[in-house]
Design a protein around this ligand. Sequence first.
Ligand code: HEC
Length: 116
Amino acid sequence: MIQIASKFYFNYSFFKTVFIVISLFFANTFCFAADAALKNGKLIEETKCYACHAKKSGFGNGDLIYTRSDRKVANYQRLKAMVAICNSELRLDLFPEDEADVAQYLNQQFYHFKIN
Ligand code: HEC
């Protein structure tokens, strides 16, 4: 009887451990992926977008184009569209993943739209 109980206990904790390890692994993977996207988006914004926005907006600060009171973008769909327009009109040659990363970064940093 005692033996059965301890066997059961061993199996239970074994599966619990496996479950926790698997959960942690996935949690980590998702966090790193999100983090990498935001870092990539930030880098692209700073190197390819910031200077022109600083100049063209007349503010001398490339961030203010995203936060000005009469900004053009009003939801996440429009944000993605605007990133795509700036990318293709200006021939910045971003890959679709990079466009997505920049949109995600701009949203996290400035716009705070709900992503649905
Ligand atoms: C050569 C200049 C130039 C470059 C480079 C550029 N943009 Fe723009 N961008 C503009 C101008 C000009 C506007 C303002 C358009 C308007 O007010 O109608 C703008 C507006 C925007 C807006 C809308 C801001 C708002 O809410 O009103 C977004 C978003 C944007 N750009 C994203 C980007 C991203 C991302 C990049 C880099 C991948 C980029 N742009 C590169 C010139 C540029």
